[in-house]
Write a protein that binds this ligand. Structure first.
Ligand code: ATP
Ligand code: MG
Length: 220
């Protein structure tokens, strides 16, 4: 599924316009880094793409069809389209890695056996299959973030939306997490990630920067 943003403008109130007439096309499976200074609107834009925030103006299209007119409920579109990864790895501390990775599938109504099988495969895919039975509270930050990536991937979303996924990790761990996210993802799964880390951005196929509310494509 492709994503197309057309003329996206967003303000959180009078005199606070964050995004101005911004447009972007992301083909299926593409990896895009979203950069820009703190407060430039990266998180806002991810929330608009992920249908969590309705923009003040403009449209979000999936395969050319307005996302909010696709016929299915917004919740269902969100669940089928997107997996989220955040700066703070959020997991249930006293549940195992595989239980945490299965969580999104259980919420979607999968049976326990299938949810755990898929979760297990996702943990293997991102290199933490050996930690499947370990409780989340016993994992390192980087291990836990990879469990969160597995949880997002297990539901087979079209895109992972990641908001500063390595913002709290050291350099070596950042590289492990980025490899899990960008190089071990299933073919066809796109990634849009907000980051301040230029090395992380450089691993994506494209880098776009928010400057004064508009998107500037960085030359590679
Ligand atoms: N819910 C909100 N209500 C009012 N203003 C908001 C809200 N969320 C964000 N803002 C404002 O919108 C602007 C963009 O915020 P946003 O969080 O999108 O920036 P960002 O690029 O993600 O920043 P950072 O790099 O620090 O995460 C900021 O000025 C912020 O204060
Ligand atoms: Mg942000």
């Amino acid at each position: 599924m492709s994503i197309r943003l057309v003329g996206i403008t967003h303000s959180y109130g009078p005199g606070t316009r964050v995004l101005r007439d911004l447009s972007l096309v992301v083909p299926p499976g593409e990896t895009v880094a979203l950069t820009g200074p703190s407060g430039s609107g990266k998180t806002t834009l991810l929330a608009i793409i992920g249908l969590l925030t309705e923009p003040s103006a403009g449209r979000v299209l999936f395969d050319g069809v307005p996302a909010r007119q696709r016929g299915a409920s917004l919740d269902r579109i969100r669940a089928e389209m997107f997996g989220w990864v955040f700066q703070t790895a959020n997991a249930l501390a006293r549940r195992t890695a595989v239980d945490n990775a299965a969580l999104g599938l259980l919420i979607r109504g999968y049976g326990h056996v299938e949810a755990r099988t898929r979760a297990r495969a996702a943990l293997d895919a991102v290199g933490v299959g050996h930690l499947a039975q370990k409780e989340a509270r016993l994992l390192s930050g980087g291990e836990l973030q990879r469990v969160c990536i597995a949880r997002a991937l297990a539901a087979r979303p079209r895109f992972i939306l990641a908001d500063e996924p390595t913002g709290q990790l050291d350099h070596a761990t950042t590289l492990e997490v980025i490899e899990a996210l960008l190089e071990r993802r299933p073919a066809g799964t796109g990634v849009i990630l907000a980051t301040h880390d230029l090395e992380v951005a450089g691993r994506c196929a494209r880098i776009v920067r928010i400057v004064d509310g508009r998107l500037v494509e960085e030359a590679r």
